[in-house]
Write a new protein. Structure first.
Length: 242
């Protein structure tokens, strides 16, 4: 059973808070063209947008004649440089996000980000969107020696945001696995990059729009609060409830 003190909401970044696919795919096509390869149709590689530069390059190169390791190694710096310079050209927050974040903040929740995107790029994107100071922590894929689905990045995000326990919101099976490894509940969004249905990811709840998020958070917390109250009123029931 989840511990009752949930005071933080942690988010994945790409495909959860922000649709970054247009800028990531633009960086991919720039890299492919620098190698003399043709650009790819965005719809073909969109499901890989949250998997990082290497996965995108492997897919893009495979579509036009093969993806040898040396070519991928050559393309990664080109990809990253182009992406860093154009990180928020076409990337946009998902509809309803900023209202939902405001509602959560007003309700007293701490907010944080836990992503496998490199920390420097994650912070650059956050700043470009005008979100400086909105999140109490931004933990990237290179912040620690391990990355999601290891639970340490999520636990570190909660700690740096001065939280106690959290709900993790993400768009992929990796996000749900990360929350489970940290013994935290999770909410899956149905509008991200994953080609799996959000209802099939194994999260506690799933949402199809951010206007559903505050109610989803409350619905997860309410049972935990009731359990805490029962334990406080009747300590002898603690074992039975757990």
């Amino acid at each position: 059973m989840w511990a009752p003190k949930i005071d933080t909401v942690v988010f994945d970044l790409d495909g959860t808070l922000v649709d970054t696919a247009p800028d990531l795919i633009a960086a991919l096509n720039h890299s492919l063209q620098s190698l003399g390869r043709p650009a790819v149709e965005p719809a073909i590689v969109r499901p890989l947008a949250g998997h990082g530069a290497r996965a995108l390059l492997e897919a893009g190169l495979a579509l036009s004649g093969g993806a040898p390791d040396e070519l991928i190694a050559q393309a990664i710096p080109v990809f990253l440089a182009h992406y860093a310079d154009n990180i928020c050209t076409h990337s946009t927050p998902y509809p309803g996000l900023e209202i939902a974040l405001e509602e959560l903040s007003v309700a007293g929740f701490k907010l944080a980000i836990c992503t496998n995107k490199p920390e420097g790029l994650a912070n650059r994107l956050v700043e470009s969107l005008g979100w400086t100071g909105l999140f109490g922590a931004v933990i990237g894929g290179d912040t620690l020696p391990v990355r999601k689905p290891d639970p340490l990045p999520l636990l570190t995000a909660i700690s740096q945001a001065n939280g106690a326990r959290a709900i993790f919101v993400g768009d992929s099976a990796v996000d749900v696995e990360t929350a489970r490894a940290a013994a935290m509940p999770s909410i899956a969004v149905g509008f991200g990059f994953s080609d799996e249905c959000a209802s099939q990811l194994g999260a506690n709840l799933h949402i199809d729009h951010f206007d559903m998020l505050p109610a989803a958070v409350r619905s997860i917390i309410a049972p935990a609060s009731l359990i805490a109250e029962r334990i406080k009123l009747d300590p002898g029931q603690a074992t039975a409830v757990a």
